[in-house]
Design a protein around this ligand. Sequence first.
Ligand code: ACM
Length: 545
Amino acid sequence: MSGTVPRLAGSLLLVLAAGASALGAAGSVQAQPGPRGTAVRPLGQIVPAPAQVSPAGGLFTLTPSARIRVTGDPREARQVGTYLAGLLRPSTGYALPVVEDRGHGTKGGHDIRLALTPASGGLGTEGYRLDSGPDGVTLTARTPAGLFHGVQTLRQLLPASVEKRTRQSGPWQVAGGSITDVPRYAYRGAMLDVSRHFFTVAQVEKYIDQLALYKINELHLHLSDDQGWRIAIASWPRLAPYGGSTEVGGGTGGYYTKAQYAQIVAYAASRHLEVVPEIDMPSHTNAALASYARLNCDGVAPPLYTGTEVGFSSLCVPKDVTYAFVDDVIRELAAITPGRYLHIGGDEAQSTSQADYVSFMNRAQAVVQKYGKTVMGWHQITSATPVAGAVAEYWGYDDTGAAERAQVAAAAKNGTRIVLAPADRSYLDMKYDENTELGQDWAGTVEVNRSYDWDPGTYLAGAGVPSSAVIGVEAPLWTETIVTNDDIEAMAFPRLPGIAELGWSPESTHDWNTYKVRLAAQGPRLTALGIDFYHSPLVDWPADT
Ligand code: ACM
């Protein structure tokens, strides 16, 4: 079993002496000895770092008779309770019934209480409070999302072996004290490219579960590219079965029916992630152009494409049929997307003139608005005319030119909101070092410290992007070389938790030296979850991880 952090003498005193603290120092607070030679994770030794941690004496011990008591909207609170029970039952072997707490007898009982309390102040739409002690653990939040994020914190405070799906020995203890936690940014995303290689519903659901552990709340699905069209569109019926019939390297590809897409959306929602679908236009469209000859300026359909070049395809900007296509696709996709955003790509349009690009992107944005969605695009949309409320996703890197950055800054000053996904920081498909088998290195190699050690608030400040324009971060995973969940995990872990922390945790907690201690403590948890992560030499992983 690999579920404990190293035990160090005197650490209990250290925890008790720490008192109320921001988490800046918590990464260096050592484990607190529990009974039977086990160690209890210090409150706050989790990823992402919580906003505020106040350790106190005493421990919570989960016992076989414990219940999960829910208060507030019974359906919503019960859903979170049922999810928590599902996490804890296999490894603890405890029954953990989920019961409604009718407001009396809230003390004692060694229970876990989930309190959905719309009036609780200061917790916003995603925050939570955790109170832990000998009498029990209470999570309080205004929203189910807040309770759910609190559950992820509680989960990380328990021994890593709680993640195993077979019965483990415990003891199941949580350090005493309280955590009050709210996210720094509203948008904390991960993108999965299901076009270069197709991933099934089950594969995507597995990744969603992993993202939820780190409080990621946006799942951006890159649904179309040169190599495959992955969503069924009734008014253009050849797109998915033909345009989706291949992938990089020539495999059989695949696509989601609308029902399957709805299944992903519902699963993501059950983990409090919003799905952001992307149809990349006007370039990255060979799969569509191959499916319908009439979409091409010369009326000739190109062959399907299974290589990895970019920038060679373009929708035919002058043709009317292009806008009938865009309207149909966006209307049908918007209709099955409950989320706010619809991403229209706009990157690497190297085969489209700038005049055509501007004309096309401006028309495409209007269609997104017509169907009630917020426009999102890669940051090149700032070279067109971003509509009010648009979100530009910045994927530049250290080599990105000043003029391009200035264009993003001008848009940001004009109200365009920015999600930061710098390729040489947050792209999960960049190799860690020259020995990494999977991935690419066009933006350089990206070790775990490089991925973590930047500040979204000031990253583009030099170019003139006000920090108030930044709504969050995203970790994209392009899949030219990524085929399986094992491949996803090898590249996402352990960099994804770092990007998640940049999105969630206050700037005051940002410190590589304490982060790497907290990250090391994630090692046994990832292992218990069956995630074969990259053992960066920069992190002092526990020996049995
Ligand atoms: C991109 O990496 N082309 C957005």
